[in-house]
Ligand binder design. Sequence first.
Ligand code: FAD
Ligand code: FES
Length: 339
Amino acid sequence: MTFTVHVAGSELSFPCEPREFVLDAAERAGYSMPSSCRKGVCNTCETALLSGEVEQRGKGRRTARDGSALVCRAQPRADLTIRPKRFERIDIFRRKTITATVYRLARPAPDVTILTLRFPIGLRAPFKAGQYLQVIMEDGDRRNFSMANAARHNDGAELHIRHVPNGKFSEKALSRLAVGDRLQVEIPHGDFHLRVSPRPVILLASGTGFAPIKSIVETAIHAGNDRPMHLYWGGHRREHIYLFDLAANWQRRLPWFTSTPVLSDAPASWAGRTGLVHHAVREDHRDLSGAQVYACGNPKMVEAAQRDFTADHGLPEAEFFADAFVDSGPSASGDSQRA
Ligand SMILES: Cc1cc2nc3c(=O)[nH]c(=O)nc-3n(C[C@H](O)[C@H](O)[C@H](O)COP(=O)(O)OP(=O)(O)OC[C@H]3O[C@@H](n4cnc5c(N)ncnc54)[C@H](O)[C@@H]3O)c2cc1C
Ligand code: FES
């Protein structure tokens, strides 16, 4: 039996199968809602549940009495009425599974690898700057990594991978990977991308959270952007801002772009900003009511930024967009990525 999901306050509805996640069904119908990890970990997709009942994978049944559901992991058990924080018509690029070839491996910092993949000749995978792909390992396990390349360079992908201690992909598989090897990816995923708006943009990154931000900025450069963008890129030490010179170069070349690197564990020789990266934004922008914020990287940073910017600096909830780089392996949700 197919259920119907109604979107409160609108005439919109879409069908959802009992074994389908509500988020997948919305996307199949051509709509996007806030989402990031798709594993029930980051809470980005938390949506008000006004009526009906869902099976929240790993968390049991939820009804309107519970108030909300994580739609990335919720399967319907009745017709539903939901009120998402955002519900947009999107041109979803058709998701493709591609066997890519490793083209380049670089180590800009001791714990970061830049992995450049090329797709087979003639094959392109359109995506929106800011989105991510899933690496599919030999045993079928999947890991999320954001594209760092400009959206028009869609005949391959550049990934910035932080080495997670004991990481199955980022330490073990990556250390065995060589130029010319094959790697399966599924692309694109996610709804983190730049929205059309006159609002000035604050880009907030920690560590490899710079990857989707790089894609956004390089895509904006090509589009002839003149909307103000201010990047705050945080790391413990200088090496964590592993493409420091690139961001500095953008600042020199682009009248609309400013870069502020922020170190939380700075040496005495560091003349720049120090402390938590989102605190630097708070110091510089007391009033964020007219801004739009894009935050990526450490989940604690993303959570604190969202809380503080909206509670203390007037940023409207709907103007905060984020990808929290949570664990994307099977341990994240306790089962495999696929229903
Ligand atoms: C939407 C999205 C986009 C992402 N994009 C990027 C990206 O561009 N670059 C990047 O470096 N990472 C990114 N990540 C994070 C990355 O997918 C995970 O860190 C992934 O689990 C690493 O895989 P692994 O096989 O190396 O480690 P795993 O084998 O998955 O994990 C090994 C151990 O480390 C823990 N762990 C793994 N990741 C984390 C984490 N982030 N925080 C805390 N503990 C963790 C696990 O629980 C496990 O115990 C993204 C995550 C999401 C959700
Ligand atoms: S919890 Fe659903 S997208 Fe992260």
